[in-house]
Design a protein around this ligand. Sequence first.
Ligand code: 6PG
Length: 247
Amino acid sequence: MRVLVFSDDKALGGFLSSIWREVCFDAIAKRGLFVAALSGGRTPREYYRMLARESDLPWDKTHLFMVDERYVPETDSDSNYAMIKDALLREAPIPAGNMHFVHTVGADAAGSAEEYDNEIRNFFAVSGNDLPVFDLIVLGIGKDGHTASLFPGSPLLNESGRLAAAVFLKTAGHDRITLTLPIINNARQIVFLVTGEDKAEALRKTLRKKDDTMVPASLVHPEKGSVVFLVDAGAAMLLSQTEYEKV
Ligand code: 6PG
């Protein structure tokens, strides 16, 4: 696991694009496809915009899923899909069928989570207890240490069967749908994007606590994959110099 501290957004975003590029070309060389899952929230927006400008990436062989979604219409400013559409899909020429978003109209959050779970299973053609393998998952960390829509003390932290599940938590702002830990921890590469002094405590706890259900981000450690934290100086301010590398 590496923690890399960047001096500005341009450097951090450029590094995300370089990791994306490396994992993408490797996945396509080996399996003919690159499959990633993206988080929403505020942090990634600017970095997704930078990524979208990488016009020589094989976007036609790229499939995108959502790490989580708020159960709101796409027109709602809190929609993660709306943010990804605006920041990434508007410029990156990804075929419409390659974007696997969570349907948030019609059914209820539970029905939507089940539908999304099935879409993931069908896409990866997995059956039974097999777990799909995402090539890359982009995660954020909330001030409370949540990641995806896995919140402190949530019973979902022990979920072992479902790949995606609904979250009904008043403090989460909206009903949500989220990937669960087994599929997150089965990824080949995980990239955490964490910026701002307001995330410093959550980042410190994430790095220093192991498997603390009150800090869900500390439960992310893929058995076979790698994790890298791309952070800014504000988020790193409570870390010791031995815990990170300045880039
Ligand atoms: C969400 C995200 C969530 C996010 C963190 C950090 O739907 O909110 O997927 O897990 O990554 O809450 O959010 P910010 O980037 O807005 O600080």
